[in-house]
Design a protein around this ligand. Sequence first.
Ligand code: SF4
Length: 62
Amino acid sequence: MRVSVDDDVCGGHGVCMMLCAEVFVLEDAGYARAVMEEVPPEHEAAVREAEIRCPTRAIRVQ
Ligand code: SF4
């Protein structure tokens, strides 16, 4: 499973980071970034939850 954050859409709310700090970090510029492209199996559920709960739908999961 792969994940990315669209920084044109991200509003910097940090919901993703609260749900999965192992995968998402908030940059100083005010938007989130995925620190890894390939998500380890143990974090897949949290990343899917972040995708669903992101207020701006900025998280892409493939
Ligand atoms: S939850 Fe969505 S809008 Fe908020 S920081 Fe994460 S990617 Fe950005």
